[in-house]
Ligand binder design. Structure first.
Ligand code: V47
Length: 360
């Protein structure tokens, strides 16, 4: 039964045909991780050869104050909590200057939905960062934040995007997607925008001329059908816009969260999820193993399971580490290159838009 499934899917991959939701579910239900991984590796090699991307980036989480209370999130705080923080412009610029000195080509900036900061704060932040660091690309603001900016400013989403882009926004990250199914969203992030709104805002980001990523938070209360449903909606949107660069499955970190599960996703589940996403999302060029949430060892092994992107150096990561991630805070470029080489692949340092900067 499984053999027939793997043969059918191999033929589909070789003929550039997409697999169905039912086939993706059958892959999830199979225990044959190596067979799944081999198919994902085939699909990846057809798209990317042996090249594996990474970048020199720096995360700046400018505030953890958030009006939403997503149950999975250990990062977000109410403004009155002792560990709530909001960086001022000087503190943000300081981090950007450190990033520049370390050779970063990208700033990855996301934060909570702050109840008091006006939209002008973000505009000023963008303009000042760009003026001080014209060569560094800024990947900032999830679809959830863009929607929030529209609400607090009274502007349309299109206008919010075009203003931010005019001042220097280069692309947007893939956060806030979580799991699209309403029955899961109401359990884990009831106050967050709906799946439909996330997809609508993302479509407008793409229509506004910006590329974005897409994430999926997995290994909490969802089941395989929710994961496949999530990927189907992304694949459909990608057919229309071609605006997604990478898909990033985020392994749920359990500490300090309000979701009660005995454990997060294990190594097998992580590798299976990355591999199936490579096979299912035939219109995504890049599948990213975010080592912060996966742990470095699983992320490296994922390079043999369909993954072609290891994210980057990161530096000062808060969202995963507040939730107990035991990965390092940062990785040196040399270490990333070593990890990729040791998997028998070719390390390629990229910029935000996946242009080659250096092949190692
Ligand atoms: O949207 C929050 C997730 C996301 C937890 O686009 C958690 O290149 C696991 O989106 N366990 C933010 N995940 C991070 C993100 C991201 C990361 C790296 C690269 C890119 C990219 C995007 O983190 C949130 C949420 O889904 N998250 N809490 C947790 N306990």
């Amino acid at each position: 039964m499984n053999q027939q499934l793997f043969t059918t899917i191999r033929t589909k991959i070789e003929q550039d045909e997409r697999i169905t939701d039912a086939e993706a579910l059958q892959l999830y239900e199979s225990d044959d991780l190596l067979a799944i991984g081999e198919l994902a590796d085939l699909a990846n090699r057809r798209k990317n050869g042996t090249r594996v991307f990474f970048n020199v980036n720096r995360h700046i989480n400018y505030t953890n104050v958030c009006v939403n209370h997503c149950r999975f999130c250990a990062f977000c705080k109410d403004g009155s909590e002792p560990d709530a923080y909001t960086y001022n412009l000087a503190e943000i610029l300081q981090r950007a200057a450190e990033a520049k000195a370390a050779g970063a080509t990208e700033l990855h900036m996301v934060g909570g939905l702050h109840p008091e900061l006006p939209f002008e704060f973000y505009l000023r932040m963008m303009a000042t960062l760009k003026a001080n660091n014209p060569k560094i690309k800024i990947k900032a603001f999830t679809a959830v934040e863009i929607d929030y900016f529209a609400r607090i400013s009274g502007l349309g989403v299109e206008e919010v995007i075009s203003e931010l882009k005019r001042l220097g926004l280069d692309s947007t990250p893939g956060g806030g997607a979580e799991i699209f199914a309403a029955e899961i969203r109401t359990q884990i992030c009831a106050e967050k925008i709906s799946a439909e709104r996330w997809l609508e805002v993302t479509e407008k980001i793409h229509a506004g001329g910006l590329k974005s990523n897409a994430t999926m938070l997995f290994g909490h209360v969802e089941d395989y059908t929710h994961r496949v449903d999530h990927m189907r909606r992304l694949r459909d949107l990608q057919d229309r816009t071609r605006g997604f660069q990478a898909f990033i499955p985020l392994a749920f970190q359990t500490e300090n969260s309000n979701i009660r599960v005995e454990h997060g996703p294990d190594g097998i589940d992580c590798l299976k999820t990355l591999a199936i996403s490579r096979i299912y999302l035939d219109n995504f060029q890049h599948i990213k193993a975010y080592w912060v949430m996966l742990g470095l060892k699983v992320a490296q092994v994922a390079l043999c399971f369909g993954v072609n992107d290891l994210d980057g150096t990161v530096v000062e990561e808060k969202i995963g580490h507040d939730a107990g991630a035991d990965s390092p805070q940062a990785l040196g470029k040399e270490e990333i290159v070593r990890q990729i080489r040791s998997a028998g692949r070719t390390p390629v340092e990229r910029d935000t838009l996946y242009q080659d900067l250096q092949v190692y």
